[in-house]
Design a protein around this ligand. Structure first.
Ligand code: PHE
Length: 398
């Protein structure tokens, strides 16, 4: 970095006229010095471990990214307060995907090339994880998705992992719930054609529900972000289903529940983890009451670690109740920290192998073992919407 003395010397050499040019040059050089390499080569050197996170902090699925980030941040703060990992502090670098396609690739490229992240945490929505996973794979930077459940995410390659269950399991859980608990014989399916998550979960639900002897009364699509679902809901109503499976995200689902009620479609609506948001009940109010969905976690169930997490999360975030995304976000960071310790550092191959070798690691959402497909076999919970909150009904083992 050019110091004042050097600048003065240069000014002396170039004469008074050149002094402004030299000052400008010095400023530019100082600015450059704050560049990506300041933490040491590859982000693992120096005294910090650089972890990149990409999440939908704004936009249509903002509550997903905010909750997931809060859980991740809490884990980082706890790790750092306890002395860091291998004696180094974790530096969490967070980028917003704005809930938009195109952004995940941009921000993850930035996190890797400009910021020197040694590992990437994210995303929640499967379509966005699917967009950034190939970039992590090509750069050989391990990526851990906290909450993406579409099977294709980890099929991208051997650097891509997740800490949650996958949709063939989640679809089975809800199909069995429809067949055995609700005793439904005919179910309609209403899918977001723009979402890999929604299309996958719809298919896995259908496979299991029909294998149980049930029939699909009608199958319709919408595009995430639509505001008017009445045409499709009218067709669904005409097929007289006992229940409707809507594997979508909360903003659309809340409107679908409202419009279904308006049309007199008075059967239970069922969904998956994409329903989970405080916004679902805020927007949907009484129209979402009584409906059911599956997800990863509920604060009422769980281990000592889960109780400890509930208390520290509420303390840190002004009494807010943690949701599944917060719990999975926390677990993704804790799993990464455990793997860095076992790898003895952040060398990419060693870190990848250490994540893959994770076995019986007790975390907030349960005991995590990374299986041969780089997924986690974990239990799911079924919740019912009651009095503006979520009531725990069942826990289902894989
Ligand atoms: N599983 C969803 C997906 O893959 C994301 C999600 C997880 C949403 C958990 C809410 C809660 O797209």
């Amino acid at each position: 970095m050019p110091d004042n003395k050097t600048a003065m010397k240069l000014a002396h050499l170039t004469g008074a006229k050149g002094i402004w040019a030299v000052c400008l040059l010095a400023l530019l050089l100082v600015g450059c010095d704050k560049g990506p390499s300041s933490g040491g080569a590859g982000g693992g050197g120096g005294d910090v471990i650089k972890v990149g996170e990409y999440a939908s902090l704004t936009g249509k699925e903002a509550t997903f990214g905010i909750s997931s980030h809060e859980g991740t941040l809490l884990a980082v703060e706890e790790l750092n307060a306890a002395g860091g990992v291998l004696g180094k502090q974790i530096k969490l670098m967070t980028e917003d995907t704005q809930s938009k396609p195109g952004e995940p690739a941009t921000v993850v490229n930035k996190l890797i090339s400009r910021d020197g992240a040694v590992a990437i945490l994210g995303e929640v929505a499967s379509s966005r994880s699917l967009e950034a996973a190939p970039i992590c794979q090509q750069n050989k930077i391990p990526m851990i998705s906290p909450s993406s459940t579409n099977p294709k995410v980890t099929e991208t390659g051997d650097y891509i992992f997740r800490v949650c269950f996958i949709d063939p399991f989640q679809g089975t859980v809800m199909a069995n719930f429809a067949s055995h608990t609700l005793k439904a014989k005919k179910v309609a399916i209403f899918t977001d054609a723009k979402s890999d998550y929604s299309k996958g979960l719809a298919k896995f639900f259908k496979d299991k529900f029909t294998a149980n002897g049930g029939t699909i009364s009608s199958e319709l699509d919408y595009n995430g972000g639509d505001k008017d679902f009445k045409a499709q809901l009218t067709t669904i109503r005409a097929s007289s289903p006992d229940a409707v499976f809507v594997p979508g995200y909360y903003t659309d689902v809340a409107l679908i529940c409202i419009q279904a009620k308006q049309l007199g479609l008075d059967v239970p609506l069922l969904g998956g983890d994409g329903w989970e948001s405080e916004k679902l009940t805020e927007i949907g109010k009484e129209a979402v009451e009584g409906n059911y969905f599956s997800t990863h976690y509920h604060p009422d169930v769980g281990s000592d670690m889960s109780k400890k997490f509930l208390a520290s999360y509420q303390k840190r975030f002004n009494g807010k109740l943690p949701d599944a995304l917060a719990a999975n976000g926390y677990d993704s960071m804790m799993l990464l920290a455990d793997a860095i310790k076992r790898a003895g550092g952040t060398d990419a191959t060693k870190l990848r192998d250490a994540i893959a070798a994770t076995k019986d690691l007790t975390l907030v959402t349960g005991s995590i073992t990374i299986n041969a497909k780089r997924d986690a076999d974990k239990s799911a919970v079924i919740l019912q919407i009651k009095d503006g909150g979520y009531k725990f009904l069942q826990s289902i083992q894989p």
